[in-house]
Write a protein that binds this ligand. Sequence first.
Ligand SMILES: [Zn+2]
Length: 242
Amino acid sequence: MTLLLYQTDSYLKDFAAAVTAVDPENHAIALDRSAFYPGGGGQPSDRGWLSAGDTRYTVLRARKIGSQVFHYLQADQPLPPEGAQLVGGLDWDLRYSLMRTHTAMHILCGVIFRDYGASVTGGEIEPLKGRMDFEFETMHKDLVQTIEAAINQEVARARPVHVRILPRAEAFQIPDLIRTKINLLPEGIQEVRVVEISGLDLQADGGTHVNNTAEVGALRVVDYKSKGKINKRIYLELENQG
Ligand SMILES: [Zn+2]
């Protein structure tokens, strides 16, 4: 089992861990703890490095299989053995871009639900851009501009973002969570991770987020399109803060 360090501290960039499993076929190793986000919920996996002494391994991606996070290493590097003690670090530019973008998507969800009562049906996050689909009958230029102004206002309000891990029964009593797909969570899951943008949005979510909406920066709605009668897609972009 891998302890998911990113779940409780999304700003953790470096960590120490031990190899708990080796998968030579896929050139991957599992660790007892990891700060690497293994992908999921529309957010791509982290990249970065692991090292043992002078040996440095490039981590191309991570993936959660069962209760373990596997780290896929560059093919021309030998695999460290089970039990090896490593230190690791994230490609922080990539991760922080994804954190800002993920929180931006939740701002958009929160605003669209608050102002129009529309639920999200899907989405995808890339560094500094993303798209999100909503149950929306019509979308037009004026409406898009109104939405863009409203989401930037939520950035300017500098709302705190709180991440909590709650017992299942407690999470199921939060009315805001009912509109998300919490009721689809498998029976076996006893804890629910909840990401709340204070006063705006609350979701069951496994991703990594910034601590405050101010960190997201200026947002632009760069495109929108119809994906069916009651499905509209909105494309967002963030500013590169260098
Ligand atoms: Zn999310």
